[in-house]
Design a binder for this molecule. Structure first.
Ligand SMILES: Nc1ncnc2c1ncn2[C@@H]1O[C@H](COP(=O)(O)OP(=O)(O)OP(=O)(O)O)[C@@H](O)[C@H]1O
Ligand SMILES: [Mg+2]
Length: 362
């Protein structure tokens, strides 16, 4: 549904060059929710703005729903008509909602419909339908200033859906919301994805967002996609950085001559008493150094860091036993190198939320 090939964006200003995107190949399949994560400055916003050509790529192509948008031309300020039409099939929502305070909620949703040239009655009908879809029928005549952050984002979503898009782009749409409101907005996006078959490309720095709604994810670093794939596949991939970011398990060995193992439970293995079977079958004392359990795509997934007595070379049989249970097994460095200033539980992509908006009880 969305494909970028060799997408490169170089910003040039005051004699300086910044390569914000460096040969990015992204592939989002129809009907999936695809999350892009990465640290500040990694190029996430640039990527999403290149997908609807709000930002013109320096080189490479962007194809959305089979149409090569980069071929639609337009170098000046005003996008040519074919590009504007193609953009009609791509909705976008923003971190700070970008609503017009002078217009009512309904007026905000009607705005893109006005641009599309719909008549007054048809606009009103469509806007009210969309407000119903996002659960805001009662607020059509309110002004945005009277709404909570979560409600404002729902208006943003209704407005983004006005052109019946097949694709929705979301740049940190939940970053200004508290956790509970974030969950309700994510549930709405998930519902729209399922009900309307909407393909969603979302950018986030919150791992919980990826865990709760994304089918696939990509990790960006310095303008490149360094890892991507279906989330449940990544979790089963030894050495996956995304899996470590999603489930950071900490804990260091209690001494020398120990084997530290990270195991990932998914699917059936999540329900079986694997650790107690291991201790019995191999007469071992197993210590749990860290663990994280969660539901990904409706399935229980977990990671655990355990310690076995003896060096790895002496633990071949217990490790084979764990692998035979269908678990992903990775040997962890028993004494990770000290990283000054690093959090004890490993790298995290979370940055401080710049803003929180309280959602009043709905
Ligand atoms: N209009 C611009 N002119 C010059 N440089 C820019 C411009 N927009 C972005 N950049 C630079 O491009 C790089 C990528 O920026 P981008 O906004 O895409 O990052 P991001 O991953 O979205 O970060 P954040 O998580 O902070 O939103 C950064 O180094 C940024 O400074
Ligand atoms: Mg950004």
């Amino acid at each position: 549904m969305i494909t970028t090939r060799d997408l490169t964006k170089v910003y040039r200003s005051r004699g300086r060059e910044v390569t914000a995107l460096d040969h990015v190949d992204l592939h989002v399949r129809p009907g999936e929710v695809y999350g892009v994560i990465g640290r500040s400055g990694a190029g996430k916003s640039t990527l999403i703005r290149c997908v609807n050509l709000l930002e013109r790529p320096t080189s490479g192509t962007v194809t959305v729903d089979g149409q090569d948008l980069t071929a639609l031309g337009g170098r000046g300020n005003r996008a040519p008509r074919p590009l504007r039409q193609a953009r009609g099939g791509i909705g976008m929502i923003f971190q700070h909602f970008n609503l017009l305070s002078s217009r009512t909620v309904q007026g905000n949703v009607e705005l893109p419909l006005e641009i599309l040239g719909l008549g007054r009655r048809e606009r009103a009908r469509k806007a009210l339908d969309l407000l119903d879809l996002v659960g805001l029928s009662d607020h059509a005549r309110s002004h945005p200033s009277r709404l909570s952050g979560g409600q404002k984002q729902r208006v943003g979503i209704a407005r983004a859906l006005a052109g019946d898009p097949k694709v929705l782009l979301s740049d940190e749409a939940t970053s200004a919301l508290d956790p509970e409101t974030t969950r309700s907005v994510l549930n709405l996006l998930r519902d729209l994805n399922r009900q309307l078959g909407l393909t969603i490309l979302l950018i986030t720095h919150e791992m919980d967002v990826v865990k709760s709604v994304c089918d696939s994810a990509a990790l960006m670093e310095k303008g490149r996609i360094v890892e991507s794939g279906v989330v449940s596949d990544l979790l089963a991939t030894p050495g996956s950085r995304l899996a470590h970011e999603l489930f950071p398990v900490g804990g260091t060995a209690s001494g020398e001559d120990r084997t530290v193992v990270d195991i990932t439970f998914h699917g059936e293995s999540a329900d079986r008493p694997v650790i107690s079977q291991l201790t019995r079958a191999h007469d071992l004392d197993v210590s749990i150094l860290g663990a994280a359990m969660d539901t990904v795509g409706g399935r229980q997934v977990g990671r655990m860091r355990i310690e076995l007595p003896g060096r790895p070379a002496e633990n071949g049989a217990p490790l084979d036993f764990l692998r035979a249970q269908g678990l992903t097994v990775e040997l962890a460095d028993p004494v990770p190198p000290a990283r000054p200033g690093a959090a004890a539980d490993g790298p995290r992509l979370e940055k401080q939320r710049q803003e929180r908006t309280e959602e009043s009880a709905r």
